[in-house]
Design a protein around this ligand. Sequence first.
Ligand code: AMP
Ligand code: MG
Length: 406
Amino acid sequence: MIELNQAQEIVLQTINPLPPKSIPLAECDGLLTSCAIHAAEEIPPFDNTAVDGFALSSSAIESGIKEFEILGTIAAGDTGDIPVSGSATVRIMTGAPMPPGSDCVLMVEDSVVTERNGRTYLSFDKKPSRFDNVRDAGSDISKGQLLFPSNTQLFAGHLGVLASLGIYEVSVFPRARVGILSTGSELTIDPGPLKPGQIRDSNRPTLSSLVREMGAIPIDLGIIPDNPESLRQGFSEAASSCDVVLSSGGVSVGDFDYTKEILDELSNGTMSWMQIAIRPAKPFAFGHIGTTPMFGLPGNPVSSAVSFELLARPAIRKMMGHQQLFRNTVSAVARTNLHRRPDGKIHFMRVSAQLELDGMVYIQPQSGQSSHLLYSMANSNALAVVPNGIGCKAGDHVDTLILREL
Ligand code: AMP
Ligand code: MG
């Protein structure tokens, strides 16, 4: 048996980020920039008003003028070229450019407008000062500014900033195209009655969901029955059409499956067949077919999901430019005892984790922890990392991998 970190190292040392690609802004959500992005323009692009009101010259106000003639209106989108000087003012709407000669805006709420002989005049009690209610050009982003360094993960706010600068294509590490296939002649997706010995394939939907959740693209490659020709063809096609392949089943010791034989052949002997000191997910295989990383995950549903979490997910994150590859660990409080026996392995126990009002995360183990007990996966949102030994007592702090939002 090898330690988990050794297995992770064997995988990650061979994984490189995918070649960067320029893609439309709307598709960049969650992706990482592959180079630094600078602003070619300033934001706001021009001085403009923060409120609806009247554009004025503060020096005219200071000179003692009490009444200003309203010469027109500047709306957002207008060019704003009605000059304001002396006793002139213009009505101005939020976002409209400040007209020449003006340097402050009186809020409409503070204005008194009167009409005489077909002309309109503005007066006020509360005098605005220079720059009041003016949003300066470049006050948000200046021209040439470093916006986002390389490897910045792009979320809603980043997309808004880029759009405001007219950056509609971004060079990013693309979403990995992850081929997912199941091996085993016992597997079916027939909704009808099962034939003797058959079970339904549950690994592909689970793995597809996990792949999609991390921002990569799952590619469903179906079920491959356990015969050499089908496996050879299935694995070859998978490797040539995807950035990385996840296969489940056929990696245990003493397996009758042809998976090992065919993967050894197609990978030119680069597959490492590992027994990792963890439970579940002890058997695991990894290598390359051509240049495509190939993950041989165990067939048991819980094992394949845990194996994905601990070994495949970090590698796919690395392909997508991430530097933080592993899940966050929190020190959680066990609500009940976490029983286990010493076996030289780290146990990753399915738990339901909750954030309580005291700010602590509390964990409750699922009752069944065997790797075929798939139902418990549905009700767990975290994996408690229980070191070799006799387990933990209620109230103990336990490192816990948070898999979903609490
Ligand atoms: P294997 O690793 O192929 O020996 O499979 C271990 C166990 O997991 C066996 O009980 C298989 O029937 C089961 N299994 C393998 N693949 C799947 C799958 N895709 N969905 C559900 N169970 C599976
Ligand atoms: Mg099998």
